[in-house]
Design a protein around this ligand. Sequence first.
Ligand SMILES: *Cc1c(COP(=O)(O)O)cnc(C)c1O
Length: 367
Amino acid sequence: MDRDAILLTPGPLTTTLRTKLAMLRDWGSWDADFNAMTAELRAQLLAIVHGEEMHVVVPLQGSGTFSVEAAVATVVPRDGHVLVLDNGAYCKRLGKLATLMGRRTTIHQRAEDEAVSADELEGLLRADSSITHVGFIHCETGTGVLNPLQAVSDVCARHGKGLIVDAMSSFAALEIDARKLQFDALIAASGKCLEGVPGMGFVFVRKSVLARCEGNSHSLAMDLFDQHAYMEKTGQWRFTPPTHVVAALAEAVRQFNEEGGQPARLARYTDNCGTLVRGMADLGFEPFLKPALQAPIIVTFHAPSHPAYQFKAFYEAAKARGFLLYPGKLTQVETFRVGCIGAIGRNEMQQAVNAIGDVLSDMGIRH
Ligand SMILES: *Cc1c(COP(=O)(O)O)cnc(C)c1O
């Protein structure tokens, strides 16, 4: 097949031809044209969360995790204490990076098939007044569970605690309104629901918080205070920018706005998710999560219990039909994941379901 496979993964994901074509030009990192593109992109990103009043957006080179690490390093003072609400793999990653950076870190674990709880958070903050910041994952991509952002933000605001939100897999698809929430930092990246290519992240930081962050970071390259100060002063990125990634993201954001912004993207992904879950149910597949907890981003399915099932063979057979699936991330139960995001719609989701049905027959699995 000379067509690219459809990526049913949570990033990198399938992008449009327009977005790919935007990468066919070389940009000078000092050049006024590139600086104008960066400035325009930053304004567009800020507008998506209505953050113009209270926040700035600081882009950073690297994968999404680089920006999570930079946000924690910049926003949490070295003597701060981070409470991580943990219901999955990306929460654990956040806890690990905060610990590695030498920030005092407490991890509060919950089952992976449940959302984190704002009520529990209330109790935890009451019980330990040394906690300064809460680390929270909006959509836990490890399972696909949607965590309660507004409720957690309200509790943090009431207790005067800083909130750091990893909104990597939800930003631009689920509603995030900086006017209704109170967060110190919120992190997302180019290669997720904005449907750009991977290579940069960006962090929305509350202006009043950033003003106090000088010298917090132990790292030169990950210091968002410096990155922001330099960008404001010169219009340039502090170190070599991912020029082609920026150009592709600017083009992807244009298409995002043409489509109708976040509500339109949510509607398309919700339709993708519904098409997938219904089609898979007809094939006998059961989602891992209860429907009420499922974000329309990525779905975890129980693997067939049939003895002929083996993920590797299943994956290869789906790939041969043009669809890349994603392995499960759970330790207790055998699962696999299917992403609903990217420049794909109902047709692609239906074709993916058909392909998976064919794969099951070929593997001799009656499910
Ligand atoms: C994708 C993702 C990240 C970043 O992962 P990278 O591999 O570093 O891009 C972080 N958090 C969540 C919830 C994600 O979905």
